[in-house]
Design a protein around this ligand. Structure first.
Ligand SMILES: [Zn+2]
Length: 242
């Protein structure tokens, strides 16, 4: 196998740089911040929706209690009026009976007051629940609007990255096609073995792939050897500059 030319080795290092950028872009696409924000926002909207459902149930219960109290006040008021009418319609025969009717009226009036007090409390509860429900609805609506914005932003970000990725992949294919087949195969095998980085370059006294520094003796040996060898530390291909 002939030694690769320095132009081929430059191309190999460019290919490595392109592969690195492709990997980075793919990773970025899989982990878009807009997507993470979108998921969090949708989760928040769902939570607000659940809270609103719970609140509706409580509101229905409280409203039904309100209607019940209103009916009771109505019934008691009718009773009070009927009792009062009895005082004057001549149906009460004597003073003792009169006293009894007056006592009944008193009791009924007291019960009306108690019911009205309760009703006031329940009406306040209904008001508070309705205000909270309105806030929840508004918050959920805002979250859904935000989610729609984030979805658009995510799609736009993904579109840009995909366009860039397309260009990089075309570059990659062009560079790969210009390399001798055997050199490309060795690089790809090394890259598969070593997490995507298949070639480093000797710069000063270390390999750019693994960044481990070598002894002066090792460096001297590498400099005296062929322009493409294997890194003694990481076993990747190593380009040794002339
Ligand atoms: Zn190395």
């Amino acid at each position: 196998m002939p030694e690769p030319t320095s132009a081929e080795l430059d191309l190999l290092l460019e290919l490595q740089a392109t592969d690195h950028r492709v990997r980075k872009l793919r990773h970025q696409l899989e982990d878009l911040p807009e997507q993470r924000q979108l998921q969090a926002t949708l989760a928040r909207a769902g939570e607000l929706d659940r809270q609103h459902d719970d609140l509706r149930i409580e509101l229905e219960r409280t409203s039904s209690r309100q209607r019940q109290l209103e009916r009771e006040v109505e019934v008691l008021t009718e009773r009070r009026d009927a009792e009062r009418a009895r005082l004057y319609d001549g149906s009460v025969a004597n003073a003792r009976e009169m006293k009894a009717v007056e006592a009944e009226i008193e009791t009924t009036v007291r019960r009306i007051d108690e019911h009205e007090e309760l009703l006031l409390e329940v009406l306040e509860q209904v008001d508070a629940l309705e205000a909270t429900a309105a806030t929840l609805v508004a918050d959920e609506e805002a979250a859904r609007t935000r989610a729609a914005e984030l979805e658009r932003a995510r799609d736009e970000a993904a579109m840009h990255l995909l366009a860039e990725l397309g260009e990089l992949e075309a570059d990659r294919a062009r560079r790969a096609a210009s390399l001798p087949e055997d050199l490309l195969r060795r690089y790809e095998e090394a890259a598969d073995r070593a997490g995507g980085t298949g070639v480093g370059k000797l710069v000063d006294n270390s390999c750019t792939a693994c960044r481990l520094s070598m002894s002066r003796a090792d460096v001297g040996e590498l400099l005296a050897g062929p322009p493409l060898t294997t890194c003694p530390s990481c076993r990747r291909l190593l380009v040794v500059p002339e």
